[in-house]
Design a protein around this ligand. Sequence first.
Ligand code: ASC
Length: 126
Amino acid sequence: QFKKPEDAIKYRQSALTVMANSFGKIGAVVKGEAPFNKDEVAKNAAVVAMISTLPWQAFGPGTEGGNALPEVWSDNAKFKSASEKMQLAVANLNTAAQSGDQDAIKKAFGTASQTCKGCHDDFKKK
Ligand code: ASC
């Protein structure tokens, strides 16, 4: 799928950047730094949920590097499990966002945020 490791690194970093941008916009609302607009939050959550499925195909064998620690490859089952936890958490955030329930959004955002951090702690260079 990727001709060079750098292509895979660029792909996964790009997907994660787009995802973090939309996630951050929801975070600003949750933290009260931006006004709540149901449609905006719903749109951003849908983007996060969709993009969350993409980075993983770009962590294949031989694509070590970027900000990824070697544990992505040496402990791949744990990495895969962490990525699945995140995808489930942002799918739940998307469900909450489509409902427009602010308390549910806040809760689901917190849970999703923990899955981002958990994976970064174990698998991302500091
Ligand atoms: C973000 C972002 C992350 C996560 C993480 C959550 O907005 O870019 O990587 O949230 O900071 O703890």
